[in-house]
Design a protein around this ligand. Structure first.
Ligand SMILES: Cc1ncc(COP(=O)(O)O)c(C=O)c1O
Length: 399
């Protein structure tokens, strides 16, 4: 099928279709495990002439299994270009180190994944790159934070763990008027729930480890781009000047697992969103639960924005049981759901953000980010939702 035709298909068809392998006609793509590739005089000349992606040079520079995954990511994100990376954090680091120079400034949401926050708040400051943290759901706060040297506005489509949803159009408008690049981390939503490039965002970073892989068995990341501001070959530039130099390529087998995950993304996430919505309603009416954060609930502060931007509200939710000890007691007594790091897999996973992902962030800072001690974050999986509710109810009854 021609690429243009595939691009014109609906999401599910774009995700499932995979061109047959040219050499073997296998409909499941081969995994090319080689770290090195044999040259001949003609290939060697092409490399010398600067032809790079179409010639296999060395595993750290690129690999056919990686290109296959990048092609599929482009299809599901609606991107013009994609660069796969070893992890979600590699996607974020490569993007930031590829774009920023000493003296640049970033405006970033208060609540992002903890390692992203730390990278901006501590690591990049060592290179004279400053970040102002604001509430990106408040466009006035973002406008006030922009400086002459602001290069990037950064946020997560559904923020971790507050489930905050920023209105994208005003952010894109104010950024593009000033030549600022908009980057968003779409990990919590997944491209099934939200495709930020369709809303004018310039770069989307994803931890493919989560919903895209979907089975808690692979680490990987992707940078997808569709931008009027950045050069068309920007991702190829950062492949060579940043990703290859930092040594952050995805492993071939991981790329293959992620390509396979994309093919079932819709059916998994559709069902996971349904279960998350049922669980959120259930917790909202639960006597032991103090508060629930889920974009699909009318009580969620950005419910209307979420409704306008997303056909689904995602498979992630958070609820509060009062304090860290109570949260730990609940998670320690779950049988069906799994108390573990990460999210987006077929099994329901739970964690306590204050004691896990955000443990290294000082308490006051964490509370300002809206992360209370008693929060429990849930990634809804594919188990029967009645069984899940019974599992949570049994654990909550012990409080
Ligand atoms: C929103 C978000 N972005 C990025 C990452 C980093 O992804 P990875 O673990 O694949 O590096 C995570 C990890 O949990 C995350 O939750």
């Amino acid at each position: 099928m021609k690429k243009e035709k595939r691009q014109s298909l609906n999401f599910d068809s774009r995700a499932v279709y995979c061109p047959p392998d040219e050499a073997t006609k296998s409909i499941s793509p081969p995994i090319i495990m080689s770290s090195s590739f044999q040259y001949d005089a003609e290939i060697f000349q092409r490399i010398i002439d600067g032809e790079r992606k179409s010639v296999n040079i060395y595993g750290r520079c690129g690999n056919p299994s990686e290109y296959q995954f990048e092609e599929q990511m482009m299809m599901i994100e609606g991107a013009d270009a994609c660069l796969a990376t070893a992890s979600g954090m590699a996607a974020i680091s490569v993007t930031l180190f590829g774009l920023l120079k000493s003296g640049d400034h970033i405006v970033c949401d208060w609540t992002t994944y903890s390692s992203t926050h730390e990278m901006l708040d501590h690591r990049l400051t060592d290179y004279n790159i400053e970040t102002t943290f604001v509430d990106t759901a408040n466009p006035d706060a973002v406008r006030a934070a922009i400086r002459d040297n602001t290069k990037i506005i950064y946020f997560e489509t559904i923020a971790n763990p507050s489930m905050k949803v920023a209105a994208i159009p005003p952010l894109v408008e104010m950024a593009h008027e000033r030549g600022i690049i908009v980057i968003c981390d779409n990990t919590f939503a997944s491209p099934y729930v939200m495709r930020p490039l369709e809303w004018g965002v310039d770069i989307v970073v994803e931890s493919a480890t989560k919903f895209i892989g979907g089975h808690s068995d692979v680490i990987g990341g992707a940078i997808c781009m569709k931008s009027e501001i950045l050069p068309k070959d920007f991702l190829e530039q950062i492949r060579w000047n940043t990703m290859v130099k930092l040594g952050a390529p995805i492993a071939p087998f991981n790329a293959w697992l992620l390509s396979r995950g994309i093919q079932t993304l819709s059916v998994r996430v559709e069902r996971q969103c349904q279960s998350a919505a049922i669980l959120a309603k259930h917790f909202e009416n639960h006597p032991t639960v103090e508060k629930v954060w889920y974009p699909g609930l009318a009580s969620h502060p950005q419910h209307d924005i979420a409704k306008a931007q997303m056909p689904k509200f995602g498979a992630m939710l958070t609820f509060d049981v009062g304090d860290g000890d109570r949260a730990l007691k609940v998670l320690d007594n779950l049988d069906l759901s799994c108390f573990s790091a990460s999210l987006g897999g077929v099994r329901t996973t739970t964690q306590i953000p204050a004691l896990m992902a955000f443990l290294d962030i000082p308490k006051q800072e964490r509370l300002e980010m809206g992360i209370s001690d008693g929060m429990i974050r849930v990634s809804a999986g594919l188990e029967d939702v009645e069984d899940l509710m019974a599992d949570f109810d049994a654990a909550l009854a012990l409080l």
